[in-house]
Structures are given as C-alpha cells and as structure tokens.
Design a protein around this ligand. Structure first.
Ligand code: HEC
Length: 155
C-alpha cells in the first residue's frame, strides 16, 4: 500500500514538473492593485480601459482567451510586441496577462487554463514577433478550425 502511494505521489510530482501548468488563480488585492496600475501605465493608451482597442488595436473583449486554445496562440499573447517589448518585468507581465485574459476574455479562455509563469514569459519574450498582422490572421483561422477546442503541443 505504502509502495503504491509513493508511486502515485511520484507520478503527481512528475506531472507537475513536466507540464509546469498551474491553473489560474485570482490575484491578491495587492497584486491586483499593481496589475491595474501597470495596465493603465503601459497598455491602456492603446488598448483602452475595457480592452476594446481601437484603430489597428484588436478588441480583446470576449476573445483574447481563445488564443490559449492552441500552443502558438498562447505564445503569441506574450510574443506580440506590445507585450514582449513592454517595460514590465517577466513576473509582472505574467500577472498582467493572466489578469487580462480573465478581465477582458469573458468565457473565451479554456476552463482552468494554465496561468503564465514568470519563467515562461521570460523565455517567450526573447523572441518577439516581427510580422504580426498576417500571423494573427493565421492563428484565428486555426482556432476557428478547432471550433474553440483546446489542442496540445504536437511536437
Ligand atoms: C502603442 C500601442 C500599444 C501599447 C502601448 C500596447 N499595445 Fe498591445 N497591441 C497593440 C497593437 C497595434 C496590437 C495588434 C497587433 C500588432 O499589430 O502588434 C496589439 C496586440 C496585443 C495583444 C494581442 C491581442 C490580439 O487580439 O491579437 C496583446 C495580448 C497585447 N497587445 C498586450 C499588450 C500589453 C500587455 C500591453 C502593455 C504592457 C500592450 N499590449 C501595450 C498596440 C499596443
């Protein structure tokens, strides 16, 4: 019995490590304060307080979470120049993006989506996207073809 328990625990630990996915959790009041402030300072000028965007700036409302249904869409949210090249550090950008997905995305994100971590964001923003418009179109087609169902990395 003890043996089995050890095995189960090991398996659990392995899953945690290999997936490095931790489901989204609401930020604390203190974190939330910082997130909102940073959004106002660094993002809102283009994205507008409620995420509706404007000319050339996409509307994130009820839709930004859909990018999380495909792995390259998830990467896109951080590699897009507005995110990758922003003045906020990796941990703050992770918190900001997790919040934006919830705040603006409505039901568009998959249930229990894995939150962005500082490490993931740090890796991704090393390679910001250059050509966004066409790439974004391609992602949206791919997401539509999946009918909003989440897919896993195929590599
Ligand atoms: C100078 C204007 C500007 C600022 C400031 C800005 N963005 Fe953006 N953002 C854009 C534009 C324009 C796009 C559309 C893609 C592109 O052309 O880069 C975009 C797209 C995005 C997207 C993808 C949304 C989609 O539907 O494709 C995310 C996520 C994003 N920005 C996050 C941020 C974050 C986080 C910040 C603040 C740290 C920020 N942006 C600041 C202009 C801006």
């Amino acid at each position: 019995m003890k043996h089995i328990m050890t095995k189960i625990c090991l398996l659990g630990a392995l899953l945690l490590v290999s997936n490095h996915t931790v489901a989204y959790q609401s930020p604390s009041a203190k974190e939330l304060h910082k997130i909102r402030f940073q959004y106002q300072m660094f993002c809102q000028g283009c994205h507008v307080a409620d995420g509706r965007g404007g000319k050339d700036v996409p509307d994130m409302r009820d839709h930004i979470g859909a990018f999380l249904t495909i792995p390259e869409g998830r990467r896109y949210l951080i590699q897009v120049p507005g995110s990758a090249n922003s003045a906020v550090n990796d941990a703050d950008l992770a918190n900001l993006m997790n919040w934006m997905v919830k705040e603006f995305g409505g039901d568009s994100a998959p249930d229990g989506f894995a939150r962005f971590t500082s490490e993931e964001v740090g890796e991704l923003r090393k390679s910001p996207l250059m050509e966004v418009t066409e790439y974004r179109k391609m992602l949206i087609q791919k997401i539509a073809l999946n009918n909003g169902k989440a897919t896993e990395e195929s590599e």
